[in-house]
Write a protein of this length. Structure first.
Length: 481
């Protein structure tokens, strides 16, 4: 069966699917600039406008039509990715996935094309279903047929999980950061012991005596090092992360009850804390989770140094290299699972050593970098509009930075008035300016969101090419791992 010629529509060739007596494709409606779904043959279940010639149904990209298409074309459903080397491509605008697909093609890296946290959804005004549907339409447009995932990122409370389950997410990242006690790093032994004794270890099917029996005075042989838990090391680990382990356990059991028999990937994230996760503490967390029957696919420790938003690693790379080696050794001993690099955008100095130590057992999580590259395109095609956004971001920075760990200083951000139009894209390469633009995205979308979306619709190919180039640098160390 062939598609009829429909006036005013430009078909995306990679999207065309001829299956079971129907043809499906995505097309651009030239008059409006909107994308539409075209169905011929058996259009039952789709909502659209019949065409007088050719028997085609032209359908809006609605949630109903997305669900109907997923029913017909199973590869458009997100899937668990397991232990494959993977990367999460956060898309705060719902327009970056075509470029993400181009970047992922041929790399062997399994992609998560739908990735959003509750916080990001609140700031962008999107729902979990909209995030999945936006990614799915782009997967369809680009002809991607391999498995791809959807990540409900940084889940903190059980009550926020159901909308992600209902929307078909397959990857769930639990963030117990609010249950991590940073004071345990320096607290005296008596305080630590009191904290451990106060833990509700019944949930963990344990007791203080059991905990000591499992760890205190014991040495654990890893492939590259030996970990010995003396009394104070054990108390610090349990006082710092004991409540976090309990929270992870509650969240996992709640999620498992919601998912029923559906397979899913579960990630543990303790990266958004003030102090690093020691190698002993990683071993404690993973050992306790394994004992409790928690099945997880990846774990994000808080590494040494700083993994800040939108910029490369800040810290001693030799120290990080040793730190990564230790965390990877724990992962191999208590796994298999993947080491997850959170705030992983633009950490180009980190990727080679992470790939080397983890030998493919890596998940890279990126988010705001795709938004920043959209701003780069805006600076290139409409310098006047970008200048306005840049000055607005400078004004919002001190307020919006409150929920982020960032180091940018406004005094170090160049003033747009001192730059030529040709200089403006370079602001996306300047440390302080890039972070200022990164953390103010919610405020910018509130004020300028319609203009930004319109610009990206008009320059989709340019945006996709920019993203392909940018993410090629992210993925090259992991390709073929």
């Amino acid at each position: 069966m062939t598609l009829p010629q429909l006036a005013g529509l430009e078909i995306y060739p990679a999207s065309v699917v001829d299956q079971d007596g129907s043809v499906y494709c995505l097309a651009l409606e030239k008059s409006s600039g909107n994308k539409v779904l075209v169905v011929t043959g058996k259009p039952a279940g789709f909502d659209g406008t019949p065409q007088s010639s050719g028997g085609a149904l032209v359908c809006p990209l609605s949630a109903q039509n997305a669900a109907a298409l997923r029913e017909r074309l199973p590869w458009l459903n997100p899937a668990p990715l397991g232990l494959r080397t993977s990367a999460g491509f956060g898309d705060r605008l719902g327009k970056a996935t075509p470029g993400h697909v181009q970047a992922a093609q041929g790399t062997g890296v399994a992609p998560i094309f739908a990735q959003q946290s509750v916080r990001e959804n609140a700031r962008t005004g999107r729902t979990p279903q909209q995030v999945v549907d936006d990614a799915m339409w782009a997967v369809f447009q680009m002809g991607w047929r391999d498995p791809w995932g959807a990540d409900a990122d940084h889940l903190k409370l059980p009550e926020v999980i159901p909308p992600f389950v209902d929307a078909g997410y397959t990857f769930f990242t639990v963030d117990p950061g609010e249950h991590v006690d940073k004071n345990a790093d320096t607290a005296p032994e008596a305080v630590l012991e009191a904290q451990v004794n106060a833990l509700d270890l019944n949930l963990l099917a344990s007791s203080p005596a059991d905990l000591r029996q499992r760890f205190e005075g014991k040495s654990f042989e890893l492939d590259t090092l030996t970990l010995t838990f003396d009394r104070i090391t054990l108390l610090r680990a349990a006082a710092k992360y004991g409540r976090a382990v309990m929270h992870i356990t509650r969240m996992y059991r709640h999620l498992k009850g919601l998912m029923g028999n559906k397979a899913f990937d579960f990630e543990v994230s303790v990266d958004e804390t003030d102090s690093p996760t020691s190698i002993h503490e990683h071993y404690y967390i993973a050992s306790e989770l394994r004992r409790l029957g928690i099945v997880w696919v990846s774990l994000a420790p808080r590494f040494v140094g700083k993994f800040e938003k939108g910029v490369d690693y800040i810290g001693d790379l030799a120290e990080l290299d040793q730190n990564l080696a230790g965390h990877a050794a724990v992962m191999r001993c208590l796994g298999p699972y993947k080491i997850s690099l959170h705030s992983g955008s633009d950490k180009f100095s980190v990727y080679p050593m992470a790939a080397r130590h983890a030998a493919g057992l890596v998940h890279l999580k990126t988010a705001g970098t795709s938004y920043l590259e959209a701003l780069r395109v805006w600076a290139e095609v409409d310098p006047a509009a970008f200048r306005e956004i840049f000055e607005f971001s400078r004004q919002r920075y001190e307020t919006d930075r409150a929920t982020y760990h960032v180091s940018a200083e406004l005094a170090k951000v160049p003033a747009a008035r001192d730059l030529t139009d040709g200089d403006l894209p370079g602001l996306l390469d300047q440390f302080d300016a890039r972070q200022v633009l990164h953390v103010t995205y919610g405020s910018v979308l509130d004020q300028f969101g319609d203009q930004l979306h319109a610009m990206l619709r008009s320059h989709e190919a340019r945006y996709s090419a920019t993203l392909k180039r940018h993410f090629a640098r992210h993925l090259e160390s992991f390709s073929g791992a």
